[in-house]
Design a protein around this ligand. Sequence first.
Ligand SMILES: [Zn+2]
Length: 150
Amino acid sequence: MISSDSIVVMQADWEEQIRNAWADGGFVFEDNFLDTIWEMSITAFDIPREVQVVVDGKMNLFISAGDPGFVWFKEPPMGMTLPIECWIHTHPFGKAYFSSTDWNTIRTWEPVMKYAIVLGGNESMEWIKGEDHTVFYQKCEIPNWAGEEE
Ligand SMILES: [Zn+2]
């Protein structure tokens, strides 16, 4: 689903690519599934767009894309089975953190949601129900120290 008619799709199969990547399963940062969601967010549309994927209680995917800050599932999508296994969305500007809107979504859905991930390219943040802290991942270059050994 796309939030607005004014969004131009450059890769017609963007949803299918995400569904195919889901065959590999898993919510691990930099694995194929999350990587593909990020890649579609950056390359599938006229400009980088927010992509959201809800994995429901039956491991079915509900995929949407839209304008920045767009939160798709204020209303539960038709056919979605609770509890939600994982809510994933991208911040195409490249910073992974839960915005106040995101926290409102998590607070609203927390009784029936286990896991939330926000992707920012080289970064990822995860919220897991019942945990006291979110977890932040950042991909950094390892310094090339080989040249310093003289
Ligand atoms: Zn967000």
